[in-house]
Write a protein that binds this ligand. Sequence first.
Ligand SMILES: [Zn+2]
Ligand SMILES: [Zn+2]
Length: 265
Amino acid sequence: MFDWHVHTHHSCDSQASMAAMARAAHAAGLAGVAFTDHVEWMPGDEATGILKSPAYFAELDELRARYNGEMQLLAGVEVGDSHRFPAETREIVSAWPWDYILGSIHWVDGQPGWEPEMFESGVAVAYARYFDELIALAQGGEYDVLAHFDLVRRDSWAVCRQVLPVEPYAEAIREALRAVVARGKGLEINTSAWSAGLDEPCPGLTILRWYRELGGEVLVFGSDAHRPERVGADFDRARDLALVVGFTRLARFERRRIVGWDALE
Ligand SMILES: [Zn+2]
Ligand SMILES: [Zn+2]
């Protein structure tokens, strides 16, 4: 099993070296890990301009040589709002040999999704705005897998101690899911929501069922770890959930293509 969502000190919000995260993945019995450091474009985001690809790849190449194939270390990146910054995204994506691109919505129509102002007009309004933004990313953004599909749940919990059911947003959610399936892209089960205190990961059972019903097949697990001790966290719970929904395998990426599948059981 791989952890497809791990941050390092190449992100503004992590201090961990790639070596520390790789060691943790190895200790957790994982077969591989994708370093998915932040790339953001919004002025005002702390991550904007932080990732330096030459330094990232220099550290990764050295670590790959050290592990010598014992564990797979993948070059990933978590790109925020790529649908709003297509030229900038294309530039970084084409310039470096990425294995895997996570697509995220961290900003909603110019507002930081994790700040109280996002919820000023009410939690329900924030959810609607978030999913509208997600449709645009799903349809027109640059990604292999959408990260934390319903991140607004984690944010509304963190900011307002409220989590709403997703059913009222079914139309928008299904529209985003249809785009993911039509483009041959995938979803992750982001397990960080569990440690944030939610009773489901991002996304949970309902959205995963809709994804499956619409023909969704491409699935990975991501811890969204920013510290070594979180690498691979709650993957046993993610596996149980995926099996309940009817998934039997997880996708494996290399150079932005699916190169294999790992059986879930
Ligand atoms: Zn994210
Ligand atoms: Zn992340």
